[in-house]
Design a protein around this ligand. Sequence first.
Ligand code: BMP
Length: 217
Amino acid sequence: MKNSKIIASLDLVDSKQILDLAEKISSDIFAIKINWPTIMSCGVEIIDHLSKYAKVICDLKIADIPYTNEKIAGIASSHGAWGMISHIFPGEDSLKAVIKGAKGAKVFGVVSMSNPDSEKMLNGNWQTMIKMAKVNGIYGIVAPANNQDLLIKIRKDAENLKIISPGSIFQGGDPLLTLENGADYVIIGRGIYESKDPVEFVNNFNGLCKRNNLLSS
Ligand code: BMP
């Protein structure tokens, strides 16, 4: 996998379209993220197929009781997921069950979201959720690319946790600024798969990162 800061969110519902796009861009991105619409439309095997091209992060936003969480995480892991996204808000027992079910796959916890109304509910609790992420030793967290003030605060508090950031381009965030403000990777969906030339898009963005000293080589 390429030295890239891009996690491509291939939020499509046609297997062939997703696999064709994965084949084209996989050498120029860090990872692929897929979500519920994709898995429900293409079947869970889409994780196995995509894993041949790139690291796959399953955006499952796991938020159930521990018994169910462990099963969800276990299924994603058994199909080759490199990582998965879980909610943290249901509590520590539920998060621990995700970690157990993930069997070594990386767990990313949601500590804030990019939709405007998350400011009214979820985002105010980011510090508590980061604390829980650290105590339980998960790999990373999700923080918004379209709320730089919040992202900067989260970066300061997150220490070694990796930050992956959605909310660029179609949701108003600037992906380069997001990396400059401390996100480790930007999650980009429509900006890639709705662009005229996704390969050109990812190459241009990798070039921009390089020129801004955000990539080591
Ligand atoms: P897009 O770049 O097309 O806006 O896609 C962003 C992706 O990140 C979508 O899959 C969305 O579900 C996800 N996402 C988000 O936009 N905001 C969040 O706070 C958390 C997400 O996982």
